[in-house]
Design a protein around this ligand. Sequence first.
Ligand code: WQD
Length: 367
Amino acid sequence: MAARVLLTGGTGYIGSHTYVALVEAGYHVVLLDDFSNSSPDVLNQLEIITGVPTRFHRADVSDANAIRPIFAAYDFDAVVHCAARKSVPQSLARPKMFFDANIASLLALMRVMAGHGVKTMVYSSSATVYGQPESLPIPEHAPLSYTSPYGLSKIMGEQFLNQQVRTSAGWVVGTLRYFNPAGAHPSALIGEAPVHDGGNLMPLIAKVARGVVPALDIYGHDYGTPDGTGIRDYVHVCDLAQGHVQSLDRLLRHRRSHTLNLGRGSGYSVLEVVKAYEAASGCRIPYRLLPRRPGDVAASFADPTMAARVIGFCATRDLHDMCRSSWAWETARQSDLQGALISPPYRPLGLIAAAPSVIVTPIARPS
Ligand code: WQD
């Protein structure tokens, strides 16, 4: 009988793509979300993509009294826990909200899981647990540190789960440290559409391409990187989703825990992402260069060899795939907004018309 899985944060960016991958892998998945950073519309899109009705419960995962009946109603074999807040800048502004959202919810979920004999979890962690890395690429045994409350909340979550595995017989956890998820499902029916702007690069570039904002603010151009802008390991969200399936398969089959980097193992700078997005969208991306953003590190990219060895993870999609699928999702969403066309609708290449107030400081692009 197919394993039954509770997927928290199931209508969010990572959760919705992970849902599709889990269903396509044959899992029976129940979705849980409180729509604090996603839209109910995602449920319809998931039914179109998968061809099966969704089983969904609206609840705050930190409310044990709300989720206990869900566990009583289904005989879950595992939980994939994606519900969390993930914006570094937001965590600096509102640290308590992050600890409530990321720690209190995890502890409540663990209590209810234990109460129903559910001892398998795939846990959404983050490369942000490495803080300012000492060397690159980053292996899983690299020292942990944090530059934001978000990073601290993820380190604490990992430690609580490690303690649970050490002290409670039968528990296994797959901790997945995401690097920088980007892109969208090839159907263009789901993608990154945060209700609250998390400050992530690609959705903001997309807003500039769509003409929603006049220019991209690039935070820091004096890092010790080839073009001075920050370098990150962007990984297609569909590759990341597949990593969750591979992690869950291994947990259920081998009953051994793992902590793995989900990244491509190489990095792109902000300016390289801007250039790739211009090529994929055919739109000019005006930008202005601003000082560094608090909490940012200069460069971060994964050593993904352990993920390949332990679960067979392999990110096959490249930066162009991420930009192209992001743009397809953004333009599909834009047309769905009917009449909400932003003026000017798009900036075709060569017709740059940066708003007069924007000071565009083009600098030599890396060749
Ligand atoms: C990327 C680069 C910015 C916005 C993310 C997630 C976090 C975690 C780790 C999953 C940096 C620059 C950005 C902008 C810019 N992932 N930038 N202008 O900070 O690496 O963290 O990955 O858990 O949840 O947030 O990602 O997209 O915010 O920034 O110049 O308007 O783009 O300085 O160099 P980050 P990001």
